[in-house]
Write a protein that binds this ligand. Structure first.
Ligand SMILES: NC(=O)C1=CN([C@@H]2O[C@H](COP(=O)(O)OP(=O)(O)OC[C@H]3O[C@@H](n4cnc5c(N)ncnc54)[C@H](OP(=O)(O)O)[C@@H]3O)[C@@H](O)[C@H]2O)C=CC1
Ligand SMILES: CC(=O)[C@@H](O)[C@H](O)COP(=O)(O)O
Ligand SMILES: [Mn+2]
Length: 390
């Protein structure tokens, strides 16, 4: 039977990889329901025509004329503005790929969750800013949540084989482009250096997160919510080759891992095909050509973001929500060359300190409005810290 698929964030790296899997599948396997983007109107229109989408949504209204002109004369419905992303996510779909970058993806992804079908979750920020609320909605609607983030997809695959007797989850990290740098050298790194991930080709925000190790911090929080494990049960280990995507250690000492070439089309295909396995056009592992697999502890002094994320997870309440929002603003400031690389984690720490002093982290109200209010407050506080730095 044809699967109806929506792709939230179709113009991004995960979105394009998802459409690549769709384009290679036998005729009739998939039907594209909805596609969304922020500002990439032209690319969104091209995708919509190529994949015969039913509905497209563009968040940035200033680009709407480009989209409308490009789709004039087609039967593709168009929505404009952030609320149209929620409409797109509400178009009936058997599987939705949630691949919007950042907390902007929260409300559309929740709308997809409310359909009660299958959701592939790439947008880790959703879980970081609203973990309890998000997982409660998944449960309430009987949604099948399929992790797409490579580490979480690896753990999901392992736990499908054996969910008993777990001692700890081990998240692997590439270490990013600066894994061999000293704290002194990190002071001089540029935007270009930070975007040059040694293994993965990804969007700009996640590439910077990988360079600061905040990506691994967000993934630690993501894993805690997805697999219902406390911080103490989740370790991070640097594995520069990124061949082992993550592991689970069991109480008898066994460790099960998922391996594969570092290509996101494997976890994407896994999520789209689940519970079946489907073809993905990725390079197969050739063990005789793998020179070595190495591992070492992350350096929490050079990369304080990972420590901050673990502290936020352990503090609970609003802390992960604040961490995420502050990080989004700090990364944006780094990408627009307003702050230095090492200031990203400093800004996040300052926002956490400021808001823990003035407001505390306790959060009785886990409603979406409370989550969005905290997100807005943390963004404003981060902007204030950045202004003070300039
Ligand atoms: N890339 C990867 O390999 C991996 C990514 N992820 C996660 O997946 C998510 C997407 O990452 P990635 O594909 O790399 O990111 P990209 O930056 O490549 O793409 C992001 C997508 O989200 C859209 N978008 C960005 N901001 C907004 C907004 N404010 N409102 C609506 N739409 C928006 C973009 O539209 P536009 O093109 O118009 O800007 C684009 O379609 C992130 O959460 C990331 O952490 C997880 C694991 C691996
Ligand atoms: C591909 C993927 O899942 C990314 O989140 C990846 O993990 C980034 O690499 P780092 O391990 O460097 O953060
Ligand atoms: Mn990852």
């Amino acid at each position: 039977m044809t699967k109806r698929i929506s792709v939230l964030g179709s113009t991004g790296s995960i979105g394009e990889n998802t459409l690549d899997i769709i384009s290679r599948a036998p005729e009739g396997t998939y039907k594209v329901a909805a596609l969304t983007a922020n500002t990439s109107a032209k690319k969104l229109a091209e995708q919509a025509i190529a994949f015969d989408a039913e509905y497209v949504a563009l968040a940035d209204s200033s680009q709407s004329q480009i989209l409308k002109a490009a789709l004039a004369g087609t039967r593709i419905d168009i929505g404009i503005g952030p609320e149209a992303l929620v409409d797109a996510a509400s178009v009936q779909a058997d599987f939705t790929m949630a691949a919007i970058m950042g907390a902007a993806g929260l409300e559309p992804t929740l709308a997809a969750v409310r359909q009660g079908n299958h959701v592939g979750l790439a947008n880790k920020e959703c879980l970081v800013c609203a973990g309890d609320h998000f997982m409660a909605e998944v449960k309430r609607h009987g949604t099948v949540l399929l992790p797409v983030d490579s580490e979480h997809n690896a753990i999901f695959q392992v736990l499908e084989e054996d969910p008993k007797g777990i001692r700890r989850l081990i998240l692997t990290a590439s270490g990013g482009p600066f894994r061999e740098k000293t704290a002194e050298c990190l002071k001089a790194v540029t935007r270009k250096d930070a975007l040059a991930h040694p293994i993965w080709e990804m969007g700009e925000k996640i590439s910077i997160d990988s360079a600061t190790l905040m990506n691994k911090g967000l993934e630690l929080i993501e894993a805690s919510y997805l697999f219902n494990r406390p911080s103490a049960d989740i370790d991070v280990i640097v594995h520069p080759q990124s061949i082992i995507h993550s592991m689970v250690e069991y109480i008898d000492g066994s460790v099960l891992a998922q391996l594969g070439s570092p290509d996101m089309r494997t976890p994407i295909a896994y999520a789209m095909g689940w519970p079946a396995r489907v073809e993905a056009p990725v390079e197969r592992l050739n063990f005789t050509k793998l020179s070595e697999l190495t591992f070492f502890e992350p350096d929490l002094v050079c990369f304080p973001a990972l420590r901050l994320a673990r502290e936020a997870l352990e503090a609970g309440g609003r802390a992960p929500n604040i961490l995420n929002a502050a990080n989004e603003i700090a990364v944006e400031a780094f990408l627009s060359e307003k702050v230095e690389f090492i200031q990203i984690s400093q800004i996040v720490e300052q926002v956490l300190n400021t808001l823990s002093r003035s407001e505390g982290f306790a959060q009785a109200d886990m409603s979406i409005d409370a989550i969005l209010a905290t997100d807005a407050l943390a963004r404003q506080t981060a902007h204030e810290h950045i202004v003070n730095l300039l």
